[in-house]
Design a binder for this molecule. Structure first.
Ligand code: HEM
Length: 411
């Protein structure tokens, strides 16, 4: 691989992929320094090797809109900062370039079309009400365990048309499939992870066989098995695409729901504004994805030498688009750290990405978040943290593994 001379590079003096920044929630200041001093910077040494960081809204959009130069394909690398595990190189459509990406995305996208969303919205509301109705007011509960996880996994069971009681399996498989943690880079974890994913493959193969024998339906499994582009995938590609839908549809929205507790605690006046004007709820859901940025980054790999923000990127190098930083970019979002339910340009966030890979499930995620926010308002609830949350050890997903809270009526 040809590399530009080191002297020509803007070299960061710290490693922004360091997992401790995400465990401690201390990523804000280093990202602000990078945005101010070097919007495109090189880090030569990290747990994942050398990589470029792109940290502004404008430059990330530029990378997203040039998939020919900045590839998503597993054949060139990976879509997260970590390199693919040799024994488990997930080959799905988020990790593909056109034409494979275009053909396979077309199979899945209709499941999220506006015509489908009316039914899904009613299902989300029913699920959300059932989960919230069961919460004991005034007692300490774990918000992640009792709200975020069942709500998002419940939705996934609906999308796959699977029995709701399988949600614990889905959660476990999702956690293994999305893990980007240097501590897990060992043989024991890899073997454990592989075993779990094989269990998942076996379960979904049974489901695919069952749906193959049935008339085409609206669920994701049926759409896959009855399509020309995805009906005959190899077992690895099948597993990978199912893992994509499970992780995509689950951890991301889950961590936004944790973020909701943090923002309403830090800015309680925003709940008052939602009470005064409930039409702000939909915008609040967008603002929440901006503020939380549950997917911190996506990676591209340069297919040729290129220049970005004045820096020379060499063919084969990793280019990390830090959405977490773009969504705090003051050039686009005034007072960016603040959670503002009436922010007029909240929709410009890059939390769902941009360009040809922009999140296919974005509308469904917004519906889930708006439904949860709306229910909290209607019930006149406040969510009161009972101690610090436990943050996920990952430079890829910005989220929580536990969050003790008490649900109380507002005074
Ligand atoms: C892609 C974020 C919810 C399924 C993506 C990407 C991001 C993202 C950043 C990559 C965009 C890019 O590379 O430009 C999120 C966030 C969510 C969310 C923050 C919730 C708040 C969902 C849901 C589903 C889903 C609910 C499905 C049930 C997918 C799929 C892709 C994707 C299948 C691949 C799209 C492609 O490559 O064409 N998402 N997502 N996501 N997401 Fe989401």
């Amino acid at each position: 691989m040809a590399t530009a001379p080191a002297t020509a590079r803007a070299v960061a003096s710290f490693d922004i992929s360091d997992v401790t920044l995400y465990i401690d929630g201390t990523w804000r200041a280093p990202f602000a320094r990078l945005r101010a001093d070097m919007p495109v910077s090189w880090c030569a040494q990290s747990a994942y090797g050398g990589y470029w960081s792109v940290v502004t809204h404008e430059l990330i959009s530029q990378v997203e809109l040039d998939p020919a130069t900045y590839s998503s394909s597993w054949a060139n690398g990976n879509i997260v900062i970590a390199d693919p595990k040799p024994e488990l190189n997930l080959q799905n459509f988020i990790a593909a370039d056109p034409p494979i990406h275009t053909e396979q995305r077309k199979v899945i996208a209709p499941a999220f079309a506006p015509s489908q969303m009316t039914t899904r919205e009613a299902q989300v509301r029913e699920l959300c009400r059932d989960i919230l109705d069961a919460l004991p007011l005034g007692e300490t509960i774990d918000w992640v365990d009792q709200v975020s996880v069942p709500l998002t996994i419940g939705m996934l069971c609906i999308l796959f048309d699977m029995p709701l009681d399988e949600w614990k399996d889905l959660k476990r498989w999702s956690d293994y499939a999305s893990s980007v943690n240097p501590d897990n880079d060992n043989d024991a974890y890899r073997a454990e992870s592989m075993g779990q994913l094989m269990q998942m493959l076996a379960r979904f193969d049974r489901l695919l066989d069952q749906r193959k024998g049935e008339p085409p339906a609206d669920d994701l499994i049926s759409r896959m098995i009855h399509s020309a582009a995805m009906g005959n995938l190899s077992p690895l590609e099948r597993l990978s695409n199912i893992a994509l839908l499970i992780v995509g549809g689950n951890d991301t929205t889950r961590h936004s729901m944790g973020g909701l507790v943090e923002v309403l605690d830090r800015w309680p006046g925003e709940l008052d504004r939602l009470h005064a004007d409930p039409s702000l709820v939909a915008n609040a859901a967008q603002e929440l994805v901006r503020w939380q940025s549950p997917v911190t980054h996506m990676r591209r790999t340069a297919t040729r030498d290129a220049t970005l923000g004045g820096q020379r990127i060499a063919k084969g190098e990793k280019v990390i688009m830090w959405y977490l930083s773009a969504n705090r970019d003051e050039a686009v979002f005034a007072d960016a750290e603040r959670f503002d339910v009436a922010r007029t340009n909240a929709r410009r966030h890059l939390g769902f990405g941009h360009g040809i890979h922009r999140c296919v499930g974005a509308r469904l995620a917004e519906i889930q978040l708006a439904t949860l926010i709306g229910e909290i308002v209607t019930r006149n609830w406040k969510i009161v943290p009972q101690g610090a949350p436990t943050r996920l050890a990952s430079p890829f997903l910005n989220g929580f593994t536990a969050m003790p809270v008490r649900v109380e009526l507002r005074g």
